[in-house]
Design a protein around this ligand. Structure first.
Ligand code: UDP
Length: 253
C-alpha cells in the first residue's frame, strides 16, 4: 500500500490524508501525556479502547441529531472522519468540581455545581491552553457570536447525552472537554463535534465507590489505565473482541 501522507501528529493521535477529498484518517496512539506533556508514557491498548469508545459516543450523538465529524471506524486503531477546520478552543463542561476549577476557585473536588458550567480555553500548548472569556474569543476573532451560541448549545447537548449514557452504567460524568470543527458546504459553514470523546478527555467516577475511570488514573498514578478504560468499555458494551491484556502484545494495524 502506498504510504499515506501524514497531516499532523498530536500527543495521542496521528492524522493522515483520507481516501477521498475532505476526509481524514485518525490513528489512535497508545501514548498518554499529562501536565502539558511533562508526563509521558506508552500504555498498551489505550488507542484501541479510545478508538472504539469515541466511535460509540460519536455515533450516539449522531443518532440524537448532534452533528459530528465521524464517518466510520476503519479498524482497531483508525477511524475515518470529515476534514474540518478546528475552532482554536477547548470547550470544557463541568457538572462537579474537579481539577483546575477546584484549584482556581477553592471548591472541594466532587462538589456538585449549581448547574453545568461551560468554560473555554485557548488551544495553545506553548501557553498551556489558558482559560479565556467570550470577550477574548470575540475580540481576537476565534469564533463569531453566532458560533459561540451554537457551541454553547452543542456543548450542553453533548453533556446531557453523555451524562445519561454514563449514569445508566453507574458512572458519574464529572467534566469533559470537546473540540469543535467547521465544515463548509457550499457557502454555508456548519459546526460539528470533532477530535475525540474518550476517557482521555472526560472525568468519570464510579457512582457508588467514586473510583476514577479516566485519565486521572495516569495523571495521579492510581493504577492501570487500560483496566480503567476497559471497565468503561465493558460497562457500555463496546469492549473490543480482543481486549488489550496488560503485558501481552496487541495487534497493531
Ligand atoms: N481536558 C482535556 N484536555 C486538556 C485539558 C482538559 O481533555 O488539554 C479535560 C480533562 O480531562 C477534564 C476536563 O477537560 O476532563 C477539565 O480539565 P481541567 O480544566 O480540570 O484540567 P486538568 O485538571 O485536567 O489540568
Amino acid at each position: 500500500m502506498a504510504r499515506r501522507k501524514k497531516i499532523y501528529e498530536g500527543k495521542a493521535k496521528t492524522l493522515y490524508e483520507g481516501p477521498e477529498p475532505g476526509t481524514i484518517v485518525q490513528y489512535f496512539k497508545d501514548d498518554a501525556t499529562a501536565f502539558n506533556a511533562e508526563k509521558h508514557d506508552v500504555i498498551e491498548g489505550k488507542g484501541v479502547l479510545n478508538n472504539i469508545l469515541s466511535e460509540f459516543f460519536m455515533l450516539g450523538l449522531g443518532q440524537i441529531g448532534v452533528p459530528t465529524h465521524f464517518l466510520k471506524r476503519l479498524n482497531m486503531r483508525e477511524q475515518l472522519v470529515r476534514s474540518c477546520e478546528i475552532v482554536p478552543l477547548e470547550v470544557i463542561v463541568r457538572n462537579y468540581a474537579a481539577g483546575s476549577i477546584s484549584k482556581r476557585l477553592g471548591i472541594d473536588e466532587g462538589t456538585q455545581l449549581p448547574r453545568p458550567i461551560v468554560e473555554y480555553c485557548y488551544k495553545d500548548d506553548g501557553l498551556g491552553d489558558p482559560l479565556v472569556t467570550e470577550e477574548h474569543i470575540a475580540a481576537f476573532g476565534w469564533a463569531s457570536q453566532q458560533d459561540m451560541d451554537d457551541i454553547l448549545s452543542l456543548a450542553l447537548r453533548v453533556n446531557d447525552f453523555l451524562s445519561g449514557v454514563f449514569l445508566a452504567v453507574g458512572i458519574r460524568l464529572v467534566d469533559f472537554k470537546i473540540e469543535i470543527g467547521r465544515v463548509y458546504e457550499g457557502d454555508f459553514q456548519r459546526l460539528v463535534i470533532a477530535d475525540e470523546i474518550s476517557p482521555d478527555s472526560c472525568r468519570l467516577w464510579d457512582v457508588k465507590t467514586g473510583q476514577k475511570l479516566d485519565k486521572d488514573v495516569f495523571r495521579r498514578d492510581l493504577g492501570s489505565l487500560t483496566d480503567a478504560y476497559s471497565e468503561v468499555a465493558r460497562r457500555l458494551g463496546v469492549m473490543p473482541n480482543n481486549p488489550p491484556a496488560p503485558g501481552k502484545p496487541t495487534l497493531v494495524n
